[in-house]
Design a protein around this ligand. Structure first.
Ligand SMILES: *Cc1c(COP(=O)(O)O)cnc(C)c1O
Ligand SMILES: [Zn+2]
Length: 481
């Protein structure tokens, strides 16, 4: 068989409850255990069959698929066997997601930070955030479900801090009937760019006064009592798709992630769950021989996971927090739905990789903004959450938690353009007091008018251009050659 043909292997997927261990068949949408209410992870009971091939086989296969022109194996499903290997080729939705670039820190930035690091630019996904990875898998599964059950209408719904709704609406619009998209957003807590995305994709966009955690409760209630497809990361199919970030990272580094420290912002905690699950699968399959270290990062304005891990093991108690205004708005969540997943995967990670293989770092709002501005002035395209990761790396360095031949990979989870309003507030010194951010005024930047409107009057186009060129040369103190 050609290595880039669609695989013949099929897995046996099951929902596995993280609370009571109950298992459920995969041919219906389930979000929480009917027995105990806890969240699921999806498990492939035929995973052991993949182990009949060694790590070298899988590395070669994934490397060969990197050159495939088959779009079903081109995006996150390059790692088909590790994601949802019950889907057929015709189910797979591909909008160009995944395989985002790893960009080394600009030399001057690297020098200022004091450690080798790179950004993986997940803002270069189709809807400009990593959420597309999860949606590609969730929507492929939805297509499978619609086929399997012959459903003629499915309402997809999600609560969102902005990027989930952008991604869900995009994929729903692409697939079309029988899918229809509805998104629920906390009013005033999503950027204008993020709102424009589901609007442009034709989704029904509903706003609710409150914060994300309020919206989440609403859609959870809907998913429990009505026939809707929930697309938040409570949906375990999204976690599978997001595991691709780990697979790509390992592949990019030549399947050697020993000495790599990965920084991930934590909001609803789906992404860090997926990344840990992904690396663990690669290790179980012998594709990598050592795990990277994972650093979750949270703002002190929304830090329940940090607080949980900040105390010694025997004192740990899970307690949601009330969030305060955060520039890392996409991660401004006080009661992360996937916390039970994090707890279990962190245990597994530590069991395989040692006590320091999983940690959570806290950062200040000020640090997040300073780091984002600094990164982008060095040619990066970090969003505020990408800034949060850089701030996390700086704090980890200051605390002596990384170093000694290690390098870091920061997750730039969305494109900087989605969060340009925070950049504006930084440049104009207009942060509302609740953020507690004071800009470094020397970094302020704004457009300046070259000529006033009236200077155009009576001039030909050529004269106007010459006058403008002269004004520009004066402004820049250019010397004639
Ligand atoms: C959703 C999101 C996060 C938080 O990810 P979780 O999976 O909710 O922890 C971080 N950054 C961006 C840009 C996001 O869209
Ligand atoms: Zn259960």
């Amino acid at each position: 068989m050609d290595k880039t043909d669609f695989p013949v292997y099929r897995g046996r997927m099951e929902y596995m409850c993280l609370g009571c261990g109950s298992r459920y068949p995969y041919d219906n949408l389930l979000y929480a255990c009917p027995e105990c209410g806890e969240v699921f992870l999806l498990e492939n009971l035929a995973f052991p069959r993949l182990r009949e091939y060694d790590g070298a086989y899988w590395r070669a296969l994934f490397d060969a698929r990197a050159a495939s022109r088959n779009t079903a194996l081109r995006g996150v499903f390059r790692y088909y066997e590790l994601l949802a290997p019950m889907l057929e080729e015709k189910d797979i939705v591909y909008l160009g997601e995944g395989h985002t670039p790893v960009v080394e820190a600009a030399p001057a930035l690297r020098g200022a930070v004091g450690l080798d690091f790179a950004y993986k630019n997940d803002g270069q996904n189709p809807s400009a955030s990593f959420k597309d990875r999860g949606m590609a898998c969730a929507f492929s599964y939805l297509k499978w479900l619609c086929r399997h059950h012959k459903w003629d209408e499915v309402l997809t719904i999600c609560a969102s801090t902005g990027d989930t709704s952008a991604a869900a609406a995009l994929y729903a619009a692409y697939v079309g009937p029988p899918l229809k998209s509805v998104v629920l957003l906390p009013k005033g807590k999503v950027t204008p760019q993020q709102i424009s995305q589901p609007l442009g994709s034709g989704a029904a966009v509903l706003e609710l006064p409150g914060v994300f955690d309020d919206c989440m409760k609403v859609v959870e209630h809907l998913a429990e009592h009505y026939n809707v497809a929930l697309l938040n990361s409570k949906n375990a199919w999204r976690i599978l798709g997001q595991e691709s970030w780990a697979y790509e990272t390992a592949q990019w580094y030549g399947w050697n992630v020993d000495e790599l420290c990965v920084f991930v912002p934590i909001g609803n905690a789906g992404n860090i769950t997926a990344i840990m699950a992904g690396f663990l699968k690669l290790k179980a399959l012998g594709v990598i021989t050592a795990l990277p270290r994972i650093f979750g990062v949270q703002s002190e304005h929304a830090d329940p996971v940090y607080r949980y891990y900040a105390v010694p093991r025997e004192q740990r108690r899970w307690e949601p927090v009330s969030v305060r205004a955060s520039v890392a708005q996409a991660a401004m969540i006080g009661n992360p739905v996937s916390f039970p997943r994090v707890r279990i995967l962190a245990e597994r990670f530590i069991a395989e990789g040692g006590e320091e293989a999983f940690q959570v770092i806290q950062v200040a709002e000020q640090q997040i903004m300073d780091a984002m501005i600094k990164a982008n002035r060095h040619g990066h395209i970090a969003c505020t959450q990408g800034g949060e990761c850089l701030a996390g790396l700086e704090n980890a360095l200051a605390l002596g938690l990384v170093g000694g031949g290690e390098r870091a990979l920061l997750n730039a989870t969305a494109h900087s353009l989605k969060f340009s309003g925070f950049q504006d507030m930084y440049f104009n010194d207009s942060f509302p007091p609740e953020y507690g951010v004071k800009p470094d005024k020397s970094l302020a930047n704004s457009p300046r008018e070259l000529l006033s409107e009236s200077t155009r009057a009576g001039k030909s186009d050529g004269e106007y251009a010459r006058a403008a060129a002269l004004a520009l040369a004066e402004r820049l103190h250019l010397r004639p050659k």
